[in-house]
Design a protein. Structure first.
Length: 219
């Protein structure tokens, strides 16, 4: 399925950037941008949504080369079918960007060029986060310190205690984004535990960006 005419004035880069779509008069939708340039993007929602060609709103996302949030105004230009593994076919939305500064346009171009290396890059992090157990028989809730990580794994320091065990599911939050993960390794140290958490689900890009912002603010 394809509706609307698309004019590519800049080459798109294949990415998988988490984003939030805010449509005028409607709620916020989580999704993933699957290709992008500084002129626009293809947005694949996590859950089906109804949006019309010509609809307006804004798209919020982060790229590793730019410390601030990117939030261009958008207009939907086309729809197309997207086959998402495990979820079947879903409607994706091609959109045009408006209102970006030249600096932000360059940040998108550079971020797209470096996206493949970012997906596996090890980041040194220094940010305080709230940690909470998720389900199971043990309850755990306290603050920890992020030490580093990638989009798939995080290392954090936690106070020693009997309720942190391998295999437990934890939820982490810094600013407004919750992410979930499973403890894969615990290394006891003199004053704390170094925990390796395998993260999963939507929110990892937002969480990493919030961690980098907090670290920069405290520098």
């Amino acid at each position: 399925m394809s509706n609307g005419e698309e004019q590519r004035r800049a080459p798109r880069t294949v990415v998988d950037v988490e984003s939030e779509l805010h449509l005028s008069g409607l709620r916020t939708y989580q999704g993933v941008v699957r290709d992008m340039s500084y002129l626009g993007a293809l947005f694949v929602p996590e859950n089906p949504l109804q949006a019309e060609i010509g609809g307006r709103g804004s798209l919020q996302f982060a790229l590793p080369t730019y410390l601030e949030w990117l939030q261009p105004s958008i207009q939907i230009r086309r729809t197309s079918s997207y086959l998402r593994p495990g979820s079947g076919e879903i409607v994706a939305y091609g959109m045009e960007f408006f209102g970006l500064t030249p600096e932000q346009e360059q940040a998108i171009t550079t971020g797209c060029q470096q996206w493949d290396s970012h997906r596996m890059r090890q980041y040194e992090l220094s940010a305080r986060c709230f940690v909470q157990s998720e389900g199971g028989l043990t309850a755990y809730a306290r603050f920890g310190q992020l030490l580093g990580g990638t989009r798939s794994y995080l290392r954090l320091s936690l106070p020693p205690g009997p309720n942190v065990v391998i295999g437990i599911s934890l939820r982490l939050k810094i600013a407004r984004t919750w992410i979930s993960g499973e403890v894969e390794r615990i290394t006891p140290r003199e004053a704390d535990l170094e925990v390796l958490l395998r993260t999963e689900g939507w929110g990892r890009d937002f969480f990493l960006h919030e961690a980098q912002q907090q670290a920069a603010a405290g520098a």
